[in-house]
Design a binder for this molecule. Structure first.
Ligand code: PXL
Length: 268
């Protein structure tokens, strides 16, 4: 008797390779798989790094990125796409063209700007292209506070700064903006809560989890955005996808393997 196996939704990540396995495409692929999605990955850059830092990177050409992605798009139906490290303006333009040509609806941008250890993963030209050409095409972007500041030029200290920064990003056309790390903003609310804020034209929603004091934070942004992507591919709403992804990351931080001598990967 033959068993009928249901086809999994395919998720694609277009991002960098972290050979130490904590961030980038390896983290994305693990998260896609954990939610039952089939993973596809397009490499933008081979980085040289471990848990203590990023020491450099060999960026691939825009043509290579396009040929990797088109080969997969020609063959599979892609249910959702996320981007991570997009190091050059040429690669960003290629990805914008791909999203338009392939009419990708579930498009998630993790605007990776700088590694936890302070290495700039994207230059200023690329940052401008990211905001001008890619943000307008996205369903959701997931900057942390530092990324939201670099993208908008607004220094975020208060809840009203946070709202101004979100409004500036929504102006580009992106439909949802999830700003992570809102617990660092000066308010009288307790700081042992990890609070992220989801903004859209319809309003704001806060997502809270226990704040875990740990050095195991390598790849949290990648895993969160990949988990959102997988949940969108499964047909869930943006709000539900964010909620599920945040719970997943909180658990992964709790289950971190504490590898290496710096910021350990999280346990997914
Ligand atoms: O976590 C941001 C990030 C994303 N992608 C790659 C990285 C990093 C941080 O080091 O190396 C490839």
């Amino acid at each position: 008797m033959s068993q009928i196996i249901e086809k999994p939704p395919v998720c694609m990540t277009i991002a960098g390779l972290d050979p130490s396995g904590g961030a980038g495409v390896v983290a994305d692929v693990s998260a896609f798989s954990r939610f039952g999605c089939f993973p596809s990955m397009v490499i933008t850059s081979v980085t040289f790094q471990n848990t203590t830092g990023v020491f450099g990177a060999d960026n691939l050409s825009a043509e290579s990125v396009q040929r990797q992605a088109d080969a997969v798009f020609d063959d599979y139906e892609i249910a959702a796409l996320k981007t991570g490290m997009l190091p050059t303006a040429e690669i960003i333009k290629t990805v914008a063209d791909l999203v338009k040509r392939r009419s990708v609806e579930n498009f998630v941008i993790d605007p990776v700007v700088r590694s936890t250890s302070g290495y700039d993963l994207i230059d200023d030209d690329a940052l401008r292209a990211l905001v001008a050409e890619l943000f307008p095409l996205a369903l959701i972007a997931t900057p942390n506070l530092a990324e939201a500041e670099r993208i908008t030029g607004i220094s975020i200290e208060t809840p009203s700064d946070l709202e101004r920064a979100a409004a500036a990003m929504l102006e580009t056309g992106v439909r949802y903006v999830l700003i992570k790390g809102g617990h660092r903003i000066k308010t009288d609310v307790d700081s042992d809560i990890a609070r992220d804020h989801l903004f859209s034209r319809a309003g704001t929603q806060a997502f809270e989890a226990e704040f875990i004091e740990t050095t195991a934070t390598h790849g949290t942004g990648c895993v969160l955005s990949a988990a959102i992507t997988a949940n969108l591919a499964l047909g869930h709403s943006v709000e539900n996808s964010v909620r599920t992804a945040k719970e997943f990351v909180t658990n992964a931080i709790r289950n971190a393997p504490m590898l290496g001598h710096g910021h350990s990967p999280i346990g997914i």
